[in-house]
Design a protein around this ligand. Sequence first.
Ligand code: CP
Length: 346
Amino acid sequence: MNHLTSWSDLSTDVWDACLERALWHRQNSAWSDAAAHKALGLVFFNPSLRTRTSMDVAAAQLGAHAVTLTPGNGTWGLETRDGVTMDGLEAEHVTEAFGVLSRYVDALGVRTFATLTDHRADRADQAFRAAVAASTVPVVNLESARWHPCQELGDAATVTETLGETRRKKLVLHWAPHPKPLPRAVPNSAVMMAARLGMEVIVARPPGFGLDADVLELAKKEASRTGGSVTESADSAGALSGANVVYAKAWSGTSVYDDPDHEATQRASHADWRIDVAKMSRTDRAAFMHCLPVRRNVVVTDGVLEDDRAAHVLQAEYRLHAQKAILEWVWGLEGSGFSVQGSPAG
Ligand code: CP
């Protein structure tokens, strides 16, 4: 079954075909009946503007019908943990909920953010994997604790369209300040995306804000395959020098699980990591990227967002095209002109 949890679970043929198809969809933004008579269930445990809308429209443009559910808001609250006594707010378990939804729809999309309180559950992508385990139809990850593969594909298409040749171009994944501790699914996926494109990737972040070692190892392994590189730096100015792409993102510090007060203090002390016009002037006229939503003048200044090189709205547009490609792969719609050589690795 064609689940999409993380691109790392799949063969590079699937990634390459979906990327090519996402680029094609932007040039051929058409409605079709390729997925007529199919239904898509979208379950959002967390808020969304882009993913929710673009998934719904992607399904519609392919001729499918989408149903969006927000657990606890018009539907029963859903418990994702195994073996718990459900005497709290959640009235239904994902085992029954996703088992039932699988009887109604032909694929499910699920968003389950990191808890940022239960490290073991977040590292295991526990909530998302519980939804997959309970489903008997393909499941697409709409951002889990660990990964945001829909964002990753849309971002790869954005970089490819913006730069043309991506190999050996320099992308800086730049940590940014934020009043709240945020999950790492997007930075994890961004570093993998750039490694897949053969880029020279620098993760620029203050001390105490490194990404998980296993994610960096995975990205380095991917870069060794594509001819790219992945390094870390605590020197923002040095990292930005000569960059072709600056991808800004806030994420929580490594102490968020054990000492959240310390993490908050550390985060507040790095307000000078905000991206501004002076920082962008160090680059090689870099494109600016952000997954959105973005807090203006906290993460990045108005001047950067309003510059011609800002690509954040194109990124958001590419979510639609990328997700049409993903749904075509999930449903095996080879007849639509989309084909994948090879099969999933996992
Ligand atoms: N980037 C992204 O996933 O946006 P939403 O949270 O609005 O879906």
